[in-house]
Ligand binder design. Structure first.
Ligand SMILES: [Zn+2]
Length: 230
């Protein structure tokens, strides 16, 4: 049986060799990036910054190159094949001091919610796909504190001021909850203008949260503000 299994795997490998989900070049492993794309992304960048009312923002990658390609594939094309490569990138930074001290400093974690209609349309919350399992492994299974009460238009073509206007008052508490003294980690897929996370932080702080930290899979802190700002 084992022999047949191995033979079958070899046939599949031959007929459908693994390809990089970003550039479609051949890759060593199925669902993982090719060496060239790895190189471009794995200059892991844990740059942090304070963006009031958020106390600290940490990013896993810069929002450019392969990292940006993967997020676009996931969000705009619903291409789930990029998820394993993203999770691997997250695993690769897991033991970095910056990440360990961030995780040690928080009481719980939460994921930026999608509006119910968007969630239904897309079928998944992309941030949950990237971070959900990882947070659970870190003993911080994501909790839901917020809902996105108002559906917003897609944000990527909007500038900072427009985003602020559109997103103001969009998030509301899921239910009355006392977060006094809590240090909360918000995870999000993309952080550029920071408007979305700042809106979440404002609501969480109004519920009593003491500190809000953000961990973004990809962020642009102004060095490269192109399109797709959020
Ligand atoms: Zn590639």
């Amino acid at each position: 049986m084992n022999f047949l299994r191995e033979l079958w795997d070899a046939v599949i490998y031959f007929l459908f060799p693994p390809r990089c989900p970003v550039c479609r070049e051949f890759a060593d492993e199925r669902y993982q990036l090719c060496a060239a794309c790895q190189q471009k992304i794995l200059r892991l960048d844990l740059y942090d910054q304070k963006v009031p009312p958020i106390d600290k923002v940490l990013r896993v990658t810069k929002y450019r190159g392969g990292s940006r390609e993967m997020l676009r594939a996931l969000k705009f094309d619903d291409n789930l094949r990029v998820v394993p490569a993203m999770k691997k990138i997250l695993d690769d930074v897991s033991d970095r001091t910056e990440i360990l001290s961030l995780l040690a400093a928080v009481d719980c974690a939460t994921i930026v919610p999608l509006h119910a209609d968007r969630l239904k349309e897309r079928g998944f919350n992309q941030t949950e796909l990237i971070f959900g399992e990882w947070l659970a492994k870190k003993n911080l299974p994501p909790k839901n504190f917020l809902i996105r009460a108002i559906a917003t238009p897609k944000l990527y073509n909007l500038g900072k001021a427009e985003r602020q206007k559109v997103l103001s008052g969009v998030f509301a508490p899921l239910e009355p909850v006392d977060l006094r003294g809590q240090k909360i980690l918000i995870v999000d897929d993309i952080f550029t203008t920071g408007t979305t996370c700042r809106e979440c932080a404002t609501v969480l702080k109004s519920l009593g949260a003491e500190k809000i930290f953000v961990l973004a899979f990809a962020a642009d802190f102004g060095e490269n503000l192109g399109d797709n700002r959020r």
